[in-house]
Design a protein around this ligand. Structure first.
Ligand SMILES: [Mg+2]
Length: 299
């Protein structure tokens, strides 16, 4: 692995105690694409980044594979840790990239967090986000963007970690100091620690949440892969489909594959796109003890 991929791998290994436990370690079967293994499944949960797209580019062949699966009567649901935009905007993004998903075909970590917020009593939330995110998908929340004003941190009754674009060491220090003085709930809408970009890996909300857990007496509540809440939203869209007939497809051992194990479904690791493109997935499987049911070259 390159330095950045190795660093990303080690960052996930360092927080394993806060992630679900892996199931039994299967010996992965190898296949070129989903076409070779699709007979055994009725529903496919697809990770977005690394399976559907890299940045603003669709991965060649994925849209055609999805069309073939649907033509064979399969259900296809996108399960994404994208937290910065509502599912409706994700659907529009993927339509632009050539995928015909509508909002009923997508669940996200943001949706998992909003589902939980809808069950809770109102509270004044301080928000980590690059800009005040559009909350048309759950209006009436009391939100204050966390920036340079310390009052926003100290007056908040809880915190929502949604997006880390624009987040700075200064803001992290303010949040840590405020939580050290007084513990409050911290909900994390994107548990990813890093995200692969064209220029390397960016630090995501999960990175900052684990730092809070290390330095303050709080336990962040995570929404999204590898945690069960976002898979439960996908299962709600698949009534009558046995778990043994559902396959999770992703490029990350510590999110997609670990999450699939945690909820008891099979998984396929994409090896030639996304996280492991140009790297050695077999070594990572041995080192992490997280193994997919299948290793496929591409979707
Ligand atoms: Mg991915």
């Amino acid at each position: 692995m390159s330095l950045t991929a190795e660093t990303a791998f080690l960052a996930y290994e360092a927080v394993r105690a806060r992630l679900p436990s892996p199931g039994p370690v299967p010996q992965p079967q190898r296949a070129a694409t989903l076409a070779e293994i699709s007979e055994d499944y009725d529903a496919f949960l697809l990770d977005a980044f690394g399976v559907l797209n890299i940045g603003e580019t669709a991965i060649p062949g994925t849209a055609e594979r999805i069309a073939d699966l649907r033509a064979a009567g399969k259900r296809v649901i996108v399960v994404s840790n994208a937290a910065s935009v509502p599912v409706r905007d994700l659907a529009m993004k993927y339509q632009r990239l050539g995928f015909d998903f509508d909002i009923s075909d997508i669940v996200s970590s943001r949706l998992a967090m909003l589902t939980e917020l809808a069950r809770r009593a109102p509270r004044r939330w301080g928000v980590m986000a690059g800009h005040m995110p559009e909350f048309s998908d759950l209006p009436d929340l009391d939100l204050t963007l966390l920036a340079e004003a310390q009052d926003a941190y100290d007056d908040a009754e809880g915190f929502l970690l949604i997006g880390s674009a624009g987040w700075t060491e200064d803001r992290q220090a303010r949040l840590e100091a405020s939580l050290q003085a007084r513990a409050r709930p911290v909900l994390v809408a994107n548990p990813d620690i890093v995200a692969p970009r064209e220029t390397g890996f960016s630090l995501e909300p999960g990175h900052f949440a684990h730092r809070l857990a290390d330095r303050c007496k709080i336990s962040p509540e995570f929404f999204g892969k590898p945690f069960a809440n976002v898979y439960d939203l996908a299962f709600e869209k698949l009534p009558g489909v046995a778990r043994s007939r559902i396959l999770m497809v992703g490029d990350s051992l510590h999110t997609d594959i670990l999450g699939a194990q945690a909820v008891g479904i099979a998984s396929a690791l994409v090896t030639e796109w996304g996280f492991f493109a140009g790297h050695d997935p077999d070594a990572a499987i041995v080192r992490s003890g997280i193994a997919p049911t299948y290793m496929i070259e591409r979707p």
